[in-house]
Design a protein around this ligand. Structure first.
Ligand SMILES: O=C(CO)[C@H](O)COP(=O)(O)O
Length: 154
């Protein structure tokens, strides 16, 4: 299986978004990279992080993408925004163990980074690791994640 992956950022995350998108396009595990902006030198460059984070969440909710990598200054605003979309689980994760558990424990479809917080090479490595993890729907964690989905259905 190959992934359809959204990439998105605000102006504070643009450098990392461009480099990570390049990595993803070269990765055989990725079938499609969907770039929701912002784009260097384009009109959208000052779009605020909530617009991009919400659009990324909607792409996942609507089945147009499997996962997303979002970057802003801290990663926090992007995670907050994407998490507002029902069924989307997003987190900032700046270390290897959190990236792993965000998928294996929490079935997060979205990882976010802070360009002002984490180094570029670490962020690139974390994305490569992240792609290697898949949630096990038979695992003990599945029932816990389901409690979140149940709450959303209320
Ligand atoms: O990091 C951000 C949001 O979490 C964003 O890149 C900058 O937001 P601001 O501090 O409100 O400008």
């Amino acid at each position: 299986m190959t992934y359809r992956i959204v990439v998105g950022c605000d102006d504070a995350g643009l450098d990392y978004k461009e480099r990570i998108a390049e990595d993803l396009r070269a990765d055989p595990r990725v079938g499609e990279v969907i770039d929701l902006g912002v784009h260097r030198g384009a009109e959208d460059v000052h779009r605020p992080y909530p617009e991009i984070g919400l659009a990324a969440g909607e792409a996942i909710r609507d089945g147009r993408a499997d996962r997303a990598v979002l970057i802003c200054g801290t990663g926090i605003g992007m995670a907050l925004s994407a998490n507002k979309v029902a069924g989307v689980r997003a987190t900032t994760a700046h270390d290897s163990y959190s990236v792993e558990r965000s998928v294996l424990s929490n079935n997060c479809q979205v990882v976010t980074f802070g360009q002002r917080v984490v180094g570029l090479e670490l962020a690139r490595r974390l994305v490569a690791e992240w792609l290697g993890f898949e949630f096990d729907h038979q695992s003990a964690s599945a029932a816990k994640v389901e409690l979140i989905a149940e709450y959303e259905r209320c």
